[in-house]
Design a protein around this ligand. Structure first.
Ligand code: ADP
Length: 367
């Protein structure tokens, strides 16, 4: 949400380029989800490995190994969990880490599973410690100990569970305790999609939505989608609106350009806030180094928003680097905003630092 004074408030999914889903987006998304492993586009390595795990389970007639899906939001983790259940021909139960604050919450879910069922546990890194400990035993022995009573009189009653397959999803695999990670038979690390895969995803979505989409327009939208199918599909919906209101419904290159310009999504997928951050870093602070909080004040935004909403993509795009001394701009940032790289920018004039280019890691400084 942006205000007249140019400041922003981050609401998940409300920002056009937010990789998280908005509250009303789920229904729109479900129509576009691929239902089989074959129709899931890209992530070939993950698909090959997962396909093998599932086929082996079907051949053995047993519940499949537990699967951990790790990667940034919007890359298809929920979709894959649905595909896993469908390919195994078993029902799917969906819950999430934040919903399991007490061990009892988890016990209730586990004890009501049917044999072979897939349990999708989103944001598994946000589960409570008590639920996590119960989950260890459940994953390994298909059993939980339900504690009845309190204090010295408390007793543990063992409860047998039907065999099930846990599919855990996390955007922060590094936050998972080792013992939990070790209990997954297979971990899929999902990567951002390349332009060619995003074009295929867009072509598929356009045909499901009955939108005539020219190939060059698909390529243009793909290039601005930050490697994320959720963002690609969202941009497609906005461009479709534009085409229907201002044109005859066909999305050609001209329509895609005009619509994306109207929504202020630039050629590499930066929006107004991203560009404001870069602009402040370059023009006000000479390319840095500058502390996060100073940078945030300069754009009238909370530090957390700048850090979690803008920076991951700016870092990944090689425009900004986080260093122990503060944020610095790379030469690519200057040229992206059409500015000449000043000769005396020192550290700011060096190439992106390899140790700073990962996404989703903790920042090396916070103020
Ligand atoms: P996550 O759970 O990782 O946040 P989702 O599974 O909810 O992501 O996917 C977000 C959207 O992107 C869904 O609408 C889904 O249809 C689409 N999507 C994700 N991955 C793919 C893919 N490989 N092929 C086609 N569509 C995809």
């Amino acid at each position: 949400m942006s205000y007249d004074d140019g400041s922003y408030e981050a609401v998940p999914g409300e920002r056009l380029l937010d990789p998280e889903a908005g509250s009303e987006e789920a229904a729109l998304e479900s129509a576009l989800r691929p239902r089989t492993l074959d129709s899931f586009i890209g992530q070939q390595r993950v698909k090959d490995q997962l396909g093998l795990v599932l086929e082996a389970a079907v051949a053995r007639g047993r519940a499949a190994d537990h699967v951990l899906l790790a990667g940034p939001p919007g890359l298809g983790k929920t979709t894959l969990s649905m595909i896993i259940a469908a390919e195994l021909g078993v029902p799917l139960r969906v819950t999430s880490g934040p919903a399991l604050q007490h061990a009892g919450d988890l016990a209730a879910v586990l004890s009501s599973l049917v044999p072979g069922e897939v349990l999708f546990l989103d944001e598994i890194h946000r589960m409570s410690r008590a639920a996590e400990e119960m989950l260890y035993l459940a994953m390994e022995d298909f059993r939980v100990d339900v504690i009845v009573g309190k204090g010295p009189g408390a007793t543990a009653i063992p409860l047998e569970l039907p065999p099930f397959t846990l599919v855990g999803a996390t955007t922060r695999a590094g936050l998972l305790p080792g013992p939990l990670r070790d209990r997954f038979g297979f971990t899929a690390h999902m990567d951002f999609y390349d332009a060619a895969d995003l074009e295929r995803i867009l072509a598929r979505s356009a045909s499901l939505l009955d939108v005539p989409l020219a190939a060059e327009a698909g390529a243009e939208i793909a290039g601005r989608s930050r490697g994320t199918p959720r963002v690609a599909n969202r941009l497609l919906r906005r461009v479709r609106d534009f085409a229907q209101v201002r044109g005859d419904g066909t999305v050609d290159l001209g329509v895609a350009h005009a619509a994306l310009d109207l929504y202020e999504v630039d050629a590499i997928g930066l929006d107004r806030l991203d560009r404001a951050v870069l602009d402040a870093l370059l023009r006000r602070f000479g390319g840095g180094p500058v502390g996060l909080s100073t940078l945030a004040v300069a754009v009238g935004e909370e530090s957390e928003t700048v850090e979690t909403v803008c920076e991951p993509f700016l870092v990944r795009a090689g425009l900004l680097a986080r260093t122990p001394r503060g944020r610095i701009a790379t030469p690519a940032a200057w040229s992206h905003l059409g500015l000449a790289v000043p000769p005396a920018t020192g550290a700011a004039g060096t190439a992106p630092l390899p140790f700073e280019t990962s996404v989703g890691e903790e920042p090396s400084e916070s103020g």
